[in-house]
Design a protein around this ligand. Sequence first.
Ligand SMILES: Nc1ncnc2c1ncn2[C@@H]1O[C@H](COP(=O)(O)OP(=O)(O)OP(=O)(O)O)[C@@H](O)[C@H]1O
Length: 940
Amino acid sequence: MTSRKRSPHDFIFKEELGHGSYSTVFKAIDKRSPNKIYAIKVCSKKHIIKEAKVKYVTIEKNTMNLLAQKNHPGIIKLYYTFHDEENLYFVLDFAPGGELLCLLHRMGTFNELWTRHFTVQLVDALEFIHSHGIIHRDLKPENVLLDKDGRLMITDFGAASTIDSSLSDNSTRCNSDSNSINDNQSCASFVGTAEYVSPELLLYNQCGYCSDIWALGCMIYQFLQGQPPFRGENELKTFEKIVALDYPWGPNKRLNNTTSPVNPLAINLVRKILVIEINERIPLAMIKKHPYFAKIDWNDKVKIWRGIWQNPQGQLLQQSPGVPSSSPQHVLPIRQLHVIDTPARNIQITKQKRKKPTKISSTTSSIVVWRKRLGISTGKDDLGTVPSTAPAIIVPNDSNISTATVTHLSSNSASPASSQPIQVQTKRTQPTTPNRIPPKVLVNSANIRNKPTPRQKAIVPTSPAPSAPPAPSAPPAPPAPPAPPAPPAHPAPPAASAPSTLSAPPATLAPLAALAPSSIQSPLPAPSAPSTKAKQLDVVTTLDVKNMIDPSILKQDYVFIYGIPYEAEGPAMSLNSYNEIDNDLITSLVTKHKEELKSPRMFLQLLTLKKNGMLSYRNAVLEDRDNQGIIDHQMANIEDTDLSMYDFEFNELSRKGFLILEKYKNKLWFISLPSYSILSKIPFNVEKSLAINNNENWVDCFFRARQLLEEKQILDKISNVSFDSKASNETVSPSPTSKKDHTPSVSNGVTPPAYNAKYGRQNNVKQETFSRIATTGKDKSSVNSAFAVVHPKVLSGNITNRTTRKTNVGSPNSAPSANTYSNNIMPISGNRSTNLTNNKHTPLLSKRQNLPTHSSSSPTVRSQIKSAGQRQPTPSPPLSPMEFSAVKEKYSVPSNMVISSSRYEVLHTLNNSQTNFDREIASRGASAAFKSLQKNKKKK
Ligand SMILES: Nc1ncnc2c1ncn2[C@@H]1O[C@H](COP(=O)(O)OP(=O)(O)OP(=O)(O)O)[C@@H](O)[C@H]1O
């Protein structure tokens, strides 16, 4: 690490890359050497102290300092640290590829080659970390970032712990066949993330290098299966699964629904890692010798540390033993992945695919509660009563349950239980239904479909007219409709998206299992009759399917619709200034039409959102009353780049929620959700209950629709590409650094993405994707003032996501977890009240919260950070036609590249405004209207 004193003034702060529980990370350029781009982690001192995070910051700094002394490609390097009155600053390697988790979620699972490639790098990096006496303790795909070439870099050492050097020397730490265990106080505290926490920490308050290895095993599994092995409905259930080794294997399932068998060697490796007994858990040294890595030359660091999209097929990532050569290899070409190498990566498929792993808080309450429940002593960290004996862990009766004894490893017998062996009933073998649907899905399925929601109850009349004609608008249930696809927002357990395969054993695995060396146990259980549980699942699924009205509908419900025409006039404004302006525009229009909006409408409309993105409505009353057939009025297509969505709580008398859809140059659509009381007074018979998914929020479903479309586009592309040498020789888009030099209209450091007009337009690529997040924070207060504006044209707008731990405000790579949209969703409503009655208008678009304070930094730095964080507009330099074509040429990308929304912005802008780049901007509609509105304000 360089000792030269640096300060915030030495850097130009650009856009925010994300934030963690106690920090915000910005991209920054070194003023002294502008070619150097860093990630600067800014930690507000006040916040750190208030949230009692001092310990973690210190650990992180010390650990990274230690590791930075020796360069290792697999570790994010800490270059400088400094502080001012307000903040601490960590200057780090910039990882433009974002989190490995994002990549994984984009792809669903990694194929054989990628899994091995990343695992090899993880093992090498982990070995390096361990060789310095450091246990990471929070290894997970979220804490692994990617550099521009797709090389992974481990980060987030806030939970790290050092092994007392007296306990083991270098050779025994990681190169020997033993797994060191550390039971010193700091090491045994509860840190980590529920899904990746090791059994020794859960059971004995202990962790060691072996705990990182456990997490590595979880990650390998996740690469192959798309989600971590142990995931319960809550933390406690997750812990139960961990100590019971309860995890299923299914085929490697890709986003395009193709499946390929999992290499039995990989399964074997994971099984050797996910072992409760730490002495039996395979150590790193042995992992390297595992047949899964038979062709890896661990000494060839250059080869090992090639970026994933630098790897020509067949070199490092050779076909491995155990996998038939005919097995499908979906390897993206280099340029396909370049999309994540730019700030413009905001395709949201993935994050929505998962349930956010729960980070175990420093209070460790979950583990303490869990242990207490099981009567396990929590040793010195236990604040509760200590039982005299440690009872067996109870897991549900299952034919696969075997009993294993986990001996207590601690020499420290602080608690009476610690000297007792703990009987753990452990599922050593794979469950009989490898493809079983996770309980969560069953619960959802049953609950959602079979139990009426409050709203459903409300709209079912107490005494329906017996002669009521069948709903004319209800399309007949198709004879064998496909089961509803799992919402993209859900993690993709193999069976979740294909309920029809619930009880079927994965046939694709069978031939592969036969190929496995005899020493390797087949991952497949012997085919057995489906369990009662599975049968129940089938019944539920069948019922669900029968009950489905139209599988193409994502959501359908009764609403009041107001279409308010407005004129888009006045000069255009820059994309970057749109957000704030737009907010005011909406506020103003709501004010203007408040009387109209407040007055209840006579007729409810049945609003329908289809999975293809089409939004239409029909008059529920007329159709229902007169049986006149369905007249669907098209409103918009969700993927329309000119469409934006807003969502805020209306909270006025009977109104429950409020949603605005804006269609450029057309109308503002105000969609109001009727309250239960209104619904119950509806005079007509709606008991046919055309409502579908009415327990889900509209905006969430819009996101889902977009997500489905996005996924489809990506899958279309992925399925069309092949990974050959030709592809790898083609030009790779410029690095973010080089782009910058020629980037027009760079505000907040968001470089214009590359674009290919020919491809984007002519091939009918839907470039528009999701939005960035406008505002969010971990704490409720920040979220409460959040208001998401989603506008694809404005660098894809903003989404507020109250459940996401991290939010990359201003960074397109900040796509919020897709899962949050579908599971926890409701990104925004409830917090953005527009009090029309009092005629007070809370700003609809709140400023970003949770930023570190910068008041004591220099005005320049402050303003840089501020502008980076708050996305204030910066003037766009005009481009001459020649410059324009140079830019266009420079950023043109191969035709197989996914174009995300930000790319589209530039594409669109360049396309439409060759001569007046800085004036003719894409969002001419509402933005222009608002300009005139602003003028009016000024006049007043
Ligand atoms: N070096 C980096 N390069 C690029 N992006 C980064 C870098 N470091 C962090 N980020 C981004 O910023 C986000 C926040 O990082 P940070 O380390 O502050 O939080 P975290 O470690 O993920 O959270 P916590 O420490 O609360 O668990 C990350 O999720 C990542 O997306």
